[in-house]
Design a protein around this ligand. Structure first.
Ligand code: GLN
Length: 393
């Protein structure tokens, strides 16, 4: 048999998705892959039921149903702070996963360089490989996960085509300050690079932090492809609805890439999500209040167990420091954690370019009872997973 593609030969399966399978194998409370176990808003479920009896069973417009793009443009203009043309500047995609891939394929040729902050959401590595691009990793250094502007400028000196910016950031929970974003913006302008954002947690930003849309910074609109999703905002990760917002010349190309990649997102689901986009500010306030409460509940529980962890400024992930257990493989620790203590987590090493092995990621987008069940199980952690000899006390 001929070889399969060299480009994909180094692919492993997604560790995030693998940990979900391992969690179910051991009956663990799955705090690995980030998705809610509570229902989407009732208005979406009601509309979904109606839609099955209406005429939405064939392809919609390739780049997104007209009424969905109009609702998205209206809502995102309000939050992003500039007018967005539903016809020329929006492409609806199959989740933000496809939005990012389409953005990357639109911007990068084989051999082009792309800056990726590390730690990073694992798809970005695969996206660059699928484009034949070369990632330049710039560390966000724990514990505060800030970048060194000098190191970032060194990366820009290598003339990257684009920088990928996940803000609020998965997995480290950073919400970049306006000053940090202005540093990135100045470098993107100076070295003439595109910025591809992943802003799927745009509405999950804890006080006093504030989300600044990168495209809203002076001069950045023309070079930014904003990618986001409806998954996290409306608790519908399985509906696979995402989108890009970019200037017309870029969107024109994204539409073509998207058309050949997937043709389009599921028509009935595009229709059913529209009531969500029409929600007022009270919905987003309520969503944030719920996640703030969950964050406090879960982090408070970890504090009670004296487990050291990060405090996210946004998104719904927390990194737990497992140094005390003395494992040299965080993947093995996560397997033991699922098997022996019954809680699913993602090994931190799957997010870091650097050799970081002492962090694991939990998410807290779960019902209170699920979080409390996980905390109960974690109470037995030290008994079930004793520290290895030589581990720090
Ligand atoms: N973004 C979520 C996470 O990081 C879900 C990822 C996925 O599997 N699409 O866990």
């Amino acid at each position: 048999m001929l070889n399969l593609s060299a480009r994909t030969a180094g692919f492993t399966d997604s560790v995030i998705r693998r940990m979900t399978r391992i969690s179910s194998q051991y009956g663990a409370v799955n705090l690995s892959q980030g998705f809610p176990d509570f229902n989407p808003p009732q208005a979406l479920l009601d509309r979904l039921a109606e839609v099955s009896r209406e005429d939405f069973h064939q392809y919609s417009v390739t780049w997104g149903a007209q009424n969905l793009r109009e609702a998205l443009a209206e809502k995102q203009s309000r939050y992003m702070g500039f007018p967005i043309d539903p016809n020329g500047e929006i492409t609806v995609t199959c989740g933000s996963t496809e939005a990012m891939m389409a953005a990357m394929m639109t911007v990068a040729d084989p051999g082009d360089r792309v800056i990726v902050f590390s730690p990073f959401y694992e798809n970005y590595g695969a996206d660059t490989i699928l484009c034949g691009a070369e990632p330049i990793y710039v560390p966000l250094t724990p514990p505060d996960f800030r970048f060194d502007p000098e190191v970032l400028e060194d990366a820009f000196r290598r003339r990257p085509k684009a920088l990928i910016l996940c803000n609020p950031s998965n997995p480290c929970g950073r919400v970049f300050t306006r000053e940090e974003l202005e540093i990135i913006a100045a470098l993107a302008a100076k070295y003439d690079a595109y910025v591809i954002t992943d802003e799927v947690y745009e509405h999950i930003v804890y006080a006093p932090h504030r989300h600044t849309y990168f495209a809203s910074l002076p001069g950045m609109r023309e070079r930014t492809i904003s990618c986001s999703s409806l998954s996290k905002t409306y608790s519908i990760t399985g509906w696979r609805l995402g989108y890009t917002i970019a200037p017309p010349e870029i969107t024109d190309r994204i539409k073509k890439v998207h058309d050949f990649l997937t043709v389009g997102a599921a028509a009935p689901l595009q229709e059913a999500v529209i009531p969500g986009l029409k929600f007022g500010q009270d919905y987003y306030d309520g969503l944030l209040a719920e996640y703030t409460r969950k964050r406090d509940l879960f982090l408070g529980g970890l504090d009670g167990l004296k487990l050291a962890h990060t405090t996210p400024e946004g998104a719904y992930y927390v990194l737990l420091d497992i140094s005390e257990f003395g494992y040299d493989s965080d993947l093995r620790f996560c397997e033991d954690l699922a098997r022996l203590a019954g809680v699913g987590a993602v090994p931190g090493s799957s997010f870091f370019r650097e050799p970081v092995n002492h962090l694991i990621r939990f998410h807290f987008a779960k019902r209170d009872e699920t979080l409390l069940d996980a905390l109960n199980r974690l109470e037995t952690l030290r008994a079930k997973i004793p520290a290895r000899p030589g581990a720090p006390a």
